[in-house]
Design a protein around this ligand. Structure first.
Ligand code: IMP
Ligand code: MG
Length: 184
């Protein structure tokens, strides 16, 4: 067993994870997405809406690969899990934000059940934007409970818990450069 292999297994809190997608592969994927977004929006002065906290690393990497005028704002969305299946969420938008007739691009870390986007996208539509698009560095289609289309998807992954590249387990692991998957 080489040392390198052993570093691919890490502990986050009480759980064990194995390296799943390395930083170089993540960067290549972000470049592909940036190229697609450039093609569609370079003349449209889009506004990126970054969903805190998980999407902060992806958003930082993504917008630094764009060479055209754009704006960026952060939104915080709290969803209620557990017994309640109403899909109710609380949305915290920046005050005085003007979304009417703007091309909005939501930036997410992962589309899992899709509950968050199933509530957030209609809420954004009510502001009268020119368009609403969604990008997420990770998509878990097997977990989707709604018909959510991720216009600019990164990696399509199985329904297993992941940490790193901004995503956390119980608040930990956001700083990991690579993405790790829960070890069976
Ligand atoms: P939703 O289920 O699509 O509404 O996703 C809600 C949020 O749960 C995502 O934006 C993530 O922040 C978080 N989440 C979902 N799956 C994972 C995971 O595998 N690791 C870490 N966070 C996750
Ligand atoms: Mg999130």
């Amino acid at each position: 067993m080489s040392n390198k292999k052993e570093q691919d297994v890490i502990q986050v809190g009480n759980l064990t994870f194995t390296k799943y997608i390395n930083a170089a592969a993540l960067e290549d994927k972000v470049q592909e997405i940036a190229d697609s977004i450039r093609e569609d929006f370079h003349e449209k002065y889009p506004m990126f809406l970054v969903v805190m906290n998980g999407a902060f690393i992806y958003a930082a990497d993504l917008i630094r690969k764009l060479d055209f005028p754009c704006e960026l704002n952060f939104v915080r969305i709290k969803s209620y899990h557990g017994t309640q299946s109403t899909g109710k969420i609380d949305i915290y938008m920046p005050p005085n934000i003007e979304l009417k007739n703007r091309h909005l691009i939501i930036v997410e870390d992962i589309i899992d059940t899709g509950n968050t986007m199933a509530s957030f996208i209609p809420e954004l539509q009510s502001y009268g934007p020119a368009s609403v698009s969604l990008t997420s560095i990770l998509v878990k289609p097997e977990a989707h409970m709604h018909d959510i289309v991720t216009d600019y998807p990164g990696f399509v992954i199985p329904n297993k818990f992941v940490v790193g590249y901004g995503l956390d387990y119980d608040g930990m692991g956001r700083n990991l450069k690579d993405l790790y998957q829960l070890k069976e």
